[in-house]
Design a protein around this ligand. Structure first.
Ligand SMILES: Nc1ncnc2c1ncn2[C@@H]1O[C@H](COP(=O)(O)OP(=O)(O)OP(=O)(O)O)[C@@H](O)[C@H]1O
Ligand SMILES: [Mg+2]
Length: 325
């Protein structure tokens, strides 16, 4: 199956430093790929190169098999792009902007009206359809941008922080919309909201200082948290000392540590399910004075921090001008 988005060694250099370096990945139909990374990591720059708004220094991208550098129109016809920030042409109304984009995209006849209506509904901008975009709230501006990206019902969606500035209800609605569209499209979204990745993405790409540092499912990322699968017990203080040696002997337990009011049992890798079953079985059999027991899934913020703070510093490109001494 031909990938619907394919980044091939994309590199962008600004002033002699690589903002994006050798970024390669592909997205297939049915996938929602979450693009994660700290501020300035290179997410928007990568998206601008894939959508043909910024020329790469090296490498290229293909959209539905079309090269964005040499078959730009064919590639752009198949993609919808929500750039970061507010839509351009702020003096237009949402309806005016969508009509303009429909013309640019060559939508005509009954389909034109149908698509404009569908985009207005999907992005929920009906309430402000005749108000100049410049006068809209941040969240509504974002939604107009989303309507513009969805207008021609493209196979590929590139959404740069689609839920930025939306209230919690709108965030929920936009995530539901993305999930509903996912089966028929390939979607790349950037976000800083880690819970969004878990709620929405089938795969995650983590980028730091311009390079990919992880490409895996959210579940696999969670497994990288040292506390993934740890069993946490809240134990009555007086009984804690007596319980620790027993927990050490539970099959599947790697380490046992006291942390505040809790006892944390870390699993031997691969024995997470086993460990929880064994702890709860012993707990019931011996009637331990435990007030609460749960298993940690791991935390994406912990994994994100580890991945993005140990990355290498930016490497100057070989043709960078020599620095003054
Ligand atoms: N036109 C430009 N000229 C010079 N440097 C640029 C330009 N555009 C981006 N950069 C630099 O490239 C790097 C990557 O920026 P980019 O906007 O891609 O980051 P990002 O991952 O989208 O960050 P954020 O999470 O803040 O949106 C940054 O160091 C930025 O300053
Ligand atoms: Mg950005």
């Amino acid at each position: 199956m031909v990938p619907m988005i394919e980044a091939q060694a994309l590199t962008k250099s600004f002033g002699g430093t690589d903002a994006v370096r050798d970024v390669s990945f592909s997205v297939h139909k049915g996938e929602v790929l979450g693009f994660l990374g700290p501020n300035g990591a290179g997410k928007s720059t990568t998206m601008k190169m894939i959508t043909g708004f910024l020329a790469p220094t090296r490498g290229t991208a293909r959209v539905c098999g079309y090269d964005i550098l040499t078959q730009t129109r064919a590639a752009q016809r198949r993609l919808g792009y929500l750039p970061e920030g507010a839509p351009a042409y702020g003096d237009m109304t949402p309806f005016g902007l969508l009509s303009f984009v429909a013309d640019v995209r060559g939508l005509g006849g009954a389909n034109r009206k149908k698509r404009i209506e569908a985009a207005l509904d999907a992005a929920q901008v009906r309430a402000v359809v005749h108000q100049p975009i410049d006068t809209l709230s941040k969240g509504f501006k974002r939604r107009v941008g989303l309507a513009q990206a969805l207008l021609h019902d493209p196979d590929v969606l590139i959404l740069d922080e689609p839920t930025d500035g939306l209230d919690p209800n709108q965030k929920h609605d936009v995530r539901t919309l993305i999930r509903e569209m996912a089966a028929e499209k390939a979607i790349l979204i950037s976000t800083h909201i880690l819970e969004e990745v878990e709620a929405l993405c089938s795969r995650t790409l983590v980028i730091a200082r311009g390079s990919i540092v992880a490409d895996s499912t959210p579940a696999d990322l969670l497994r990288r948290d040292p506390l993934h699968g740890a069993v946490v017990l809240a134990v009555v203080p007086a009984a804690r000392a007596a319980l620790l040696p027993k927990l050490h002997l539970i099959p599947g337990a790697l380490t046992v540590a006291e942390e505040g009011a809790e006892v944390i049992v870390r699993p031997v890798p691969g024995r997470e399910a086993d460990l929880l079953a064994n702890v709860t079985q012993a707990m019931r059999a011996e009637n331990w004075p435990v007030t609460e027991v749960y298993q940690q899934r791991g935390r994406l913020d912990v994994v994100f921090r580890t991945l993005t703070t140990t990355a290498r510093a930016p490497v100057p490109t070989t043709n960078a001008p020599p620095r003054a001494a």
